[in-house]
Design a protein around this ligand. Sequence first.
Ligand code: ADP
Ligand code: MG
Length: 208
Amino acid sequence: MDIALASTWIRAVATAVEEHRDQLTQLDAAIGDADHGANMSRGFTAVSAALETFEPATVGDVLVKTGSTLMSTVGGASGPLYGAAFRAAGKVLTEPSASPRQLVEALHAATAAVTQLGAATLGDKTMLDALAPAVTALEEALFHGADLAAATAAAAKAAEDGAHATTPLQARKGRASYLGPRSIGHQDPGATSTALIFTTLAAVVAAR
Ligand code: ADP
Ligand code: MG
């Protein structure tokens, strides 16, 4: 991944968020406060604007800028969590291009940042339930010799499967946990937006 691809990815996420804004809002209406679509839209609109004038020297610069902008523009739980994730990933990628192996390292750092800040574990019905399996799938695919396109496609599938698998779970973290057993039967909004971020990554890598 080089700087151009990273920028294309993040801008494509902004577009995908707009396309899925209503879906994210509806999912959050069911088990939260119906603002996840608006939060993601506000955040990534600001990120797109910030990247227009930004001159990154490394892949990490793009991701750190993304994270910092999300942190300063999104008030909900997801802003600091995604902000920390992108910033942590960016700090690992200190060169103008990143190898697949470095991308895996960066995503491990992102996962650790989400875990550290949000204190969720797998199965708590959060964004982690899409993020962690996606990183594992990416790493395993690369280990078995897949190229970046195939590996990011596998990561996207794992993230989507992980998001779908949150439906029967009871939320144990975040606003949805206030609902107790009534959170069962709805897909987690943050896991859904995480899946969107990975399907977008796979799409831009495939189109490269
Ligand atoms: P808020 O919950 O403040 O309204 P959002 O609606 O934007 O913020 O984001 C909600 C999403 O944030 C949830 O669907 C969940 O995936 C994620 N989330 C909330 N709390 C945590 C946490 N402690 N760890 C990981 N993810 C979390
Ligand atoms: Mg919300």
